[in-house]
Design a protein around this ligand. Sequence first.
Ligand code: GLN
Length: 269
Amino acid sequence: MKKFSKIVSVLAALAIAALCCGCGSNTPDTKSDTTDSKASMTVTEGKLIMATNAEFPPYEYKEGDKIVGIDAEVAKLIADKLNLELEIADVDFDSIIPGVQSGKYDMGMAGMTVTDERKEKVNFSDSYATGVQVVIVKEDSDIKTTADLNGKKIGAQQGTTGYIYASDTVENGGFGEENVTGYQNGALAVEALKGGKIDCVIIDNEPAKAYVAANEGLKILDTEYVTEDYAICFAKSNTELQTKVNDALKELIADGSVKKVVDTYIKAD
Ligand code: GLN
């Protein structure tokens, strides 16, 4: 018995060694020609794994079990162009960048705003859409403008720009971290507002419109926050994929395909 397990472990060691040699010969630095899209450009050969948080309509949300929305559709068009099969991983928003950095996902696409802080961690594609932070309140709220937000209980989605701005110090234009609650996703923040646990939710304008349309008794305040650029993020080490995806995205923007997708989800008001 002992002998048998020894043989098994020797065989296993050999198999691992063989596998490792296999991987080694595939690493980009041993290859002179990188035009072969089958190389280790993506986590799983033949697949494009996109991380998102599917609680951000109309960019990504669930219809039954399916993840739909602008990002899901644009990512599919990109994957088709690159002959890759799109796979979408639905995770918390603040797990997207760490997961992309560590090589768990090929890219993050989640209505993600390009910020200098994020640029230190990941690379971004060209921008394909824009957003503005807005404030959702109850229709009968005494909050009339953003000036009334001081001292109020604010909710936002953890790790988002809305959370980052709101939780900044008052001197920096925020409302103080102690006044802001971070929720795992936008839907939970809106539930907390409806349940009276918080006084408002700071979130991007398009999801805000979708949440207000789907929930009675809520409205959006007029705000003057700056416009944010949405882009796809990649691990800093994977510039090959970044370039290929970005080239595909450029073509899809130029031929009107991205606009077509956006227009099916966002109707001009
Ligand atoms: N645009 C915001 C950000 O990047 C929110 C994105 C999201 O919640 N999916 O932080």
